[in-house]
Structure formats: structure tokens, C-alpha cells
Design a protein around this ligand. Structure first.
Ligand code: PRX
Length: 659
């Protein structure tokens, strides 16, 4: 691959001071890594796995592609993730170093050292074992952002149980589906979560989920976050997590597992059907979670790292629970929301904790820009952010205006920004700048992480010329690539290694274009029916099924996305009711009912922003919904598609009308 040589407008070079101390401090160093990976792919990853992970038993074979696309890495190596994240750090002399700086919603701060964290993890691991959880069993974690959430994940890893974290904003129905699909034996939850000054029930939602058809769950551990007396315990099933931990030993020998052992399942949306359980490995996953901390975030022992994601998403897995701890880092874990008690919270926290690396989502930045520009007191320039040395962005494209604001106002013009493109499926960064090497261009995630063979191809799998848009693929599997879709290997094959590319290339699902001069990648958005709302990934079909499951009201529904200044994309639903098309107040009232219905079915994040009613939906002669047409309507664009096949063209006017 050619490195950038041509000057590009708006280019921001790595500051010399940053480059001189960086792990990868020049494009030559970056290119050398890429060339090593090209010439000896298995050797490249094998050496890194030996250098960066501590193995109980070394692996003898790096890579096995004998059963494509079910690739295996380091399979006969024995390892334990929690051992690498905790015991190894303590052996390195970091026992008294702060692992987590936890800041609660109300501002209370708790520091947990590596030794204290191991104590908690071992105790909880022993609770799990005492309750009969065995290696390979699945455990659902439905927790707020908390020390205990991280402890729960690490405790599962310690005994070889496979966790599946369900974001605390998901409904009882979504939680139940995940419990059923995983066949979990245990649920770990909290009485309530605290966000933005409010208490939200978690245990009550978990109770509701478990009330129907979840026979596999034997135990529910409840972390008392608010010690709410509203919470009822079911005898024989529910236990007070902290009380149980207090009774257990603080010593727990790690369970040594194959590098291929499933560390976790994480459900994510695809274009069809229900969310799929993305299954990740142990060794390959941990290697890249750690390596990206060292290369993308240039992590140093003195850093205070802050990733604002929730542990319910993959970013919280790789860049809160696993990557930073595998490096012996000090990191901030935040319970609350960026706008409470005011929209200066992030900047205030960076100032107080002297954060050096800050990693957040474009949605958060965009909403904080608006607030900051309206109120000087909460503007980043009203805070001392001089501790920062690096910024990151993840989850959706960052528009150049937001990038520039972030760079100037939060990073003081001196901090590089790593715009990291990756996915639940990829486990770690796929395309990202390396901050000491890569000249930055706002709006571009720049170049592949060393060893990631990303390319832009046409439908036949042929590379398209730079400057031409196409399909983003990765031509070789990498260690932290998902292993399969839990319980549905065929779906894994079809969705990610389709026959169109002879089963050889990983299909990311996004479109991309490479800069004609530099080859830099810009992600042009999903090519399937997946929406990205505030960095949350959702399938249009899921929301449609939720709407039509309101059988009393809804006859038919179609969901599309439209661009939104703050949330990136917004959900727009076109609905045909089983009663005459409502207008005015009645329409508003039904739209609200439907929004609440979707919140109950999936979770508040899936609520459509815009609901419109029609007597019918626009369909082709063969009865297919004309989604492109609906997308144009949702965007408020003039309809240019051929509408001659529409049975009733008047519905276009109806669907254009906002409720
Ligand atoms: O469309 C891409 C977008 O988010 C999708 C992956 O979503 P998820 O699995 O929820 O993981 C999000 C956190 C890694 C991708 O297919 N996406 C993620 N990061 C970026 C991005 N789009 C553009 N630029 C990014 N940096």
C-alpha cells in the first residue's frame, strides 16, 4: 500500500513532540509493520501474541484456516484473560496502582487498585463457582456502568464462563430474547441504575424478563447499587451479590482455557432477523484489544485513559474491561451521562482526574458543541484540559466540523484525534490513524491498523480505483475477528463471508471510498438495512417487527433512516394502522403510543423520532415496499423515483405529512 505522499488540504500532521515519544512514531515505522504482515502474516501475529500475552501453555500453531471461514488462532495455547489483566499486572509491581477511577452519577469517586480489583474478581468468581457456574456456561450481565460491572465480566473470564452483557437500556423483552438465545444459567444485575439524577430499575426489568420461558436461569445475583427497598428477592433464585462475595475467598485460580474458548457473546443488529450473538475468542480477542491500546492510543504507564462507552457495547468491552487492564493502565469508569448535572461534565471530569486520553462518540461531541456554544460556563475552554494528549472518536463518521471543534476546543489544537473505524464483529480497531505516525484528515479514518488487509472492492470482489466508492472488505481474517454467530454458523458464513466473494473476504457491511491521492479510507455508511443512531446500531427490520407486533393498532410498517445533525441518523417509521389514518392530535397521540411500544419491545434507543401515517405503503407491482422512495420522503427530498406503479399515488402526500 502506498503511504500518503501528496499534500492534502486540511491535513494535520502528528506533532513532533507526540511522534518522538510514540510507540509507532513515523509512517516508516507504520509501513514496516504493514510490510511484515504482508510478507509473513501468521508470523506477524504469532510474534505479537507471544510478546504481548502471558500464556500458561504456549501455542504451537498460530493460524488454522482449514475450515474456512471458521478460522482459529493460537488454538492449543492455554491462557486466561483475567490473569493477563490482573495477576500479571500485580506481578509486574502494579498492585497499588489505580486500575479504575470510578465516578458515580452524583460525583462520588472511588479508586480501585489492581490488587483490590483482583480481590473482588476472585471473590465473585468463587461465588459463580459456588453457584454451579462452569467453564463454557453462559452468564448474562445486565448492569449499570460500575466497578461491579467490570468485576462481573472479569469474574466470568476467570472461570471460563462466557458472558453476554446486555445494555442497561434494553427492555425486558430484549433481555429475555438474549437469555433464551444464550441459554444462560445466571443473570447478574443491579437493583437500580443511576443516570442523570434518576434511578432506573434493572432488577424489576430482569424479573419481568425471567417471568416467562427462561428455564435455564438458576441464579440471579443482585448488586445493590441504590439499596432500593422497592426490590423484591425471589427466594432460592436471587442473591445479594456483595454479601455473597464477602463470604468467599479472595483467591481463585484462573481456569486455563484454549485461546479459542468463547470469552463473550455480544448481540448486535444485522439487516435481517433478530439480533445475532457475535461470539468472540479469548486469545485473539485479547491480543488486539491490548495491541490497539498500545498502538492506536499510544498508551503509556503514566496515562489516565477514559473511554466513555458503556460496557453494554463492544467499545466498553475492548476499551474498558479488557484492553486497558491488559496494559496495566489507569482508567476512568463513569456511571452517568454527559449532560448531568450540566453539559460541562466531561470537561470537568477530564480536569479533575487529569485524563490524558479521551475516547468518545461523535454524537456526544455534537450535542456538547451545541450546549457549549450556548453557555460559556460549560465550554471546554472554561476548564483546564491541559492533561489531555490524545483524543479518539468511535461509532459513526465524525463530520469535519465536529472534528475541528473537538480538535481545537477539547484538544487545544495539540492533541491528535484517532477516528477509529471498527465493529462489534471486529473486536478491535480495523481502520484508524496511529497518532504518532499518521497525518490526519478530518472525516477520514485514514489507514488500516497494521495487519488488517482492508480494501474497497466492487460486486465481483475486484479492487475499485482510489476515488471510486465501493464495498469495504477485509481480505484476510485477523485474530480478534468474531468466530461465529452463536448457535447459527450458517448465518455467520452468509452474512460475513458471502459467496459473492467466494467466501474469501470479510464483508464489513459498510461502503467506503479511498482518497485518490493518499489512499485514505472514508466510510460512506452502511450498505445494508442497519441504522446508526447516536452510535447505537439497529436493524430497520427489528423496529418494523416491534411496530407490527402491536397487533391491535398496526397493520404494516416500514422503517428507514434519515440524516440527523445530532444523532447521525434518526429513525423514521411509516405506519399503516388497522383503523382509518389519523390526523392532528389523534395522530400525535397514536405516534406516542407507538414510540412507547417500541421502547417496551426493544428499548428507548429504538424509539422512532418521526412516525408518519398512510392508508398504505408505496409498493412495486410485485408487492415490495419501495424503501428508496421512503428514504427520499424521510429526508424531505423531492421524489425522483418512478411512481407510476403505485396503486394510490395520493399516499405519497400522506407520508410526506409530519405528525
Ligand atoms: O457503520 C460503521 C459504524 O458503526 C458500525 C459498527 O457498529 P457497532 O458494531 O455497534 O460498533 C460500534 C463501535 C465500534 C460500523 O459498521 N462505525 C463505527 N466506527 C466508525 C463507524 N463509521 C464511521 N467511522 C467510524 N469511526
Amino acid at each position: 500500500m502506498n503511504a500518503p505522499t501528496t499534500p492534502q488540504t486540511g491535513i494535520v500532521n502528528p506533532p513532533a513532540a507526540f511522534a518522538s515519544q510514540a510507540a509507532i512514531g513515523s509512517m516508516d515505522a507504520y509501513r514496516a509493520l504493514c510490510e511484515r504482515a504482508e510478507s509473513d502474516y501468521a508470523g506477524f501475529w504469532g510474534d505479537l501474541a507471544r510478546e504481548h500475552l502471558v500464556w500458561k501453555q504456549p501455542f504451537t500453531k498460530t493460524f488454522d484456516d482449514s475450515n474456512k471461514p471458521f478460522f482459529k488462532w493460537f488454538e492449543d495455547g492455554l491462557i486466561n484473560v483475567s490473569h493477563n489483566c490482573l495477576d500479571v499486572q500485580i506481578e509486574r509491581g502494579l498492585g497499588n496502582k489505580a486500575a479504575l477511577i470510578f465516578e458515580a452519577d452524583d460525583g462520588a469517586v472511588t479508586e480501585v487498585t489492581y490488587s483490590q480489583l483482583l480481590d473482588k474478581v476472585a471473590r465473585l468468581a468463587n461465588v459463580l463457582k459456588a453457584k454451579g457456574v462452569q467453564k463454557g456456561d453462559r452468564v448474562i450481565i445486565y448492569m449499570p456502568m460500575s466497578v461491579e460491572g467490570v468485576v462481573a465480566m472479569q469474574a466470568c473470564a476467570r472461570i471460563g464462563a462466557t458472558h453476554s452483557v446486555v445494555f442497561g437500556g434494553f427492555s425486558a423483552q430484549s433481555l429475555r430474547e438474549r437469555i433464551q438465545d444464550t441459554g444462560a444459567v445466571m443473570v447478574i444485575t443491579a437493583d437500580e441504575q443511576r443516570r442523570g439524577g434518576k434511578s432506573l430499575p434493572l432488577k424489576a426489568i430482569a424479573d419481568e424478563a425471567l417471568a416467562k420461558d427462561c428455564p435455564s436461569v438458576r441464579t440471579m445475583l443482585v448488586y445493590k447499587r441504590t439499596a432500593s427497598d422497592q426490590v423484591a428477592y425471589q427466594a432460592g433464585r436471587d442473591l445479594d451479590m456483595l454479601a455473597e462475595m464477602a463470604q468467599q475467598s479472595a483467591v481463585c485460580e484462573p481456569e486455563w482455557v484454549s485461546a479459542e474458548h468463547p470469552l463473550f457473546l455480544l448481540y448486535t443488529s444485522g439487516s435481517t432477523g433478530k439480533p445475532k450473538g457475535v461470539q468472540h475468542s479469548t486469545g485473539g480477542y485479547l491480543l488486539q484489544a491490548k495491541l490497539s491500546m498500545l498502538w492506536t492510543f499510544d498508551l503509556k504507564p503514566s496515562d489516565v485513559f477514559w473511554c466513555t462507552a458503556d460496557i453494554g457495547w463492544v467499545t466498553g468491552h475492548s476499551y474498558i474491561t479488557y484492553g486497558p487492564l491488559a496494559c496495566g493502565a489507569t482508567e476512568i469508569v463513569f456511571e452517568g451521562i454527559p449532560t448531568y448535572p450540566n453539559a460541562g461534565r466531561f470537561w470537568d471530569m477530564i480536569q479533575r482526574h487529569k485524563a490524558t486520553i479521551f475516547y468518545t462518540a461523535p454524537t456526544a461531541i455534537r450535542s456538547l458543541i451545541k450546549a457549549a456554544e450556548a453557555d460559556e460556563k460549560i465550554h471546554p475552554r472554561s476548564f483546564d484540559l491541559s492533561s489531555l494528549r490524545l483524543l479518539g472518536s468511535v461509532g459513526e463518521p465524525i463530520n469535519p466540523a465536529a472534528w475541528t471543534w473537538y480538535h481545537e476546543n477539547v484538544g487545544g489544537g495539540r492533541c491528535p484525534i484517532v477516528d477509529t473505524f471498527w465493529q462489534t464483529e471486529s473486536g478491535a480497531h480495523l481502520i484508524t490513524p496511529l497518532p504518532g505516525a499518521t497525518p490526519l484528515v478530518p472525516g477520514s479514518c485514514t489507514l488500516p491498523f497494521p495487519g488488517i488487509m482492508a480494501a474497497v472492492v466492487d460486486e465481483t470482489g475486484k479492487d475499485v480505483p482510489w476515488g471510486q466508492g465501493g464495498i469495504l472488505v477485509v481480505k484476510k481474517p485477523w485474530p480478534s475477528l468474531m468466530r461465529t454467530v452463536w448457535g447459527d454458523p450458517e448465518r455467520f458464513k452468509k452474512s460475513y463471508f458471502p459467496e459473492d466473494f467466494k467466501g474469501e473476504f470479510y464483508l464489513a457491511g459498510d461502503g467506503a471510498v479511498r482518497d485518490p491521492d493518499t489512499g485514505y479510507f472514508t466510510i460512506t455508511g452502511r450498505m445494508d438495512d442497519v441504522l446508526n443512531v447516536s452510535g447505537h446500531r439497529m436493524g430497520t427490520m427489528e423496529i418494523e417487527s416491534a411496530l407490527v407486533s402491536c397487533t391491535e393498532l398496526v397493520a404494516e410498517a416500514a422503517v428507514v433512516g434519515r440524516p440527523d445533525d445530532t444523532t447521525g441518523e434518526a429513525i423514521c417509521a411509516f405506519v399503516v394502522l388497522k383503523r382509518p389514518r389519523p390526523t392532528g392530535d389523534e395522530a400525535r397521540q397514536i405516534a406516542n403510543e407507538l414510540r412507547n411500544w417500541v421502547a417496551k419491545e426493544i428499548g428507548p434507543i429504538a424509539k422512532p423520532k418521526d412516525i408518519r401515517f398512510g392508508d398504505n405503503l408505496p409498493k412495486t407491482r410485485s408487492g415490495k415496499i419501495m424503501r428508496r422512495l421512503l428514504r427520499s420522503i424521510a429526508r424531505g427530498e423531492a421524489v425522483t423515483q418512478d411512481t407510476s406503479t403505485l396503486e394510490n399515488p395520493a399516499i405519497l402526500d400522506q407520508l410526506t405529512e409530519r405528525v
